[in-house]
Design a protein around this ligand. Structure first.
Ligand code: URA
Length: 176
């Protein structure tokens, strides 16, 4: 399936209620043949406004960390494609309803490395609920190595996490 076909299905998706509260769907961004895929939780206010993933404060931190480590060809997406109201965590059934899109994105892009940001992406991709445990481990999914990392919003709240956050980005670069 081509990414544009997946995006059009995402934009028309009514499998859960989130579309009712969102301004628009936020689909993935980046080259179709990216070796690295970064997966966050769900769009926030800025993403909902612009239709692009990771463009708010957390997104700027992420994008700066990627480019300053020369990770330029990266596909960036989220587990859930419509913004949950008031930035609440997506519910189990919303994640389930959206999951087929993310799996198809992985199948299409065929990344070598997946960076799972935060507990929602971590839990979805590895089955592990505790990020502190998952961050120490290596996982594999659909032929990709999965690296778990702190969410950049958590790094904004606690700047001490930046070192580990960037270490994982360096690890992704070193594994290409
Ligand atoms: N947080 C996420 O998890 N994803 C975004 O796209 C923006 C903020």
């Amino acid at each position: 399936m081509k990414l544009e076909e997946i995006f059009s299905e995402i934009r028309n998706c009514r499998k859960c209620e989130l579309w009712k509260y969102a301004k628009q769907a936020v689909v993935g961004e980046g080259p179709e043949n990216s070796k690295v895929m970064v997966i966050g939780e769900a769009p926030g206010a800025e993403e909902d406004k612009t239709g692009r993933p990771f463009v708010g404060r957390a997104g700027k931190l992420l994008r700066n960390a990627l480019s300053s480590n020369s990770l330029n060809e990266v596909y960036i997406t989220n587990v859930v494609k419509h913004r949950p109201p008031n930035n609440r965590k997506p519910k189990k059934e919303e994640i389930k309803a959206c999951s087929e899109f993310l799996l198809t994105e992985i199948q299409t892009v065929k990344p070598k490395i997946i960076i799972a940001l935060g507990s929602t992406a971590c839990n979805f991709l590895t089955g592990e609920k505790k990020i502190k445990i998952a961050i120490e481990k290596n996982y594999e999914l659909m032929g990709a190595k999965v690296l778990v990392d702190y969410h950049p919003a958590a790094v904004l709240r606690n700047p001490k996490l930046y070192k580990t956050f960037e270490k994982k980005i360096k690890e992704a670069k070193a594994n290409l």
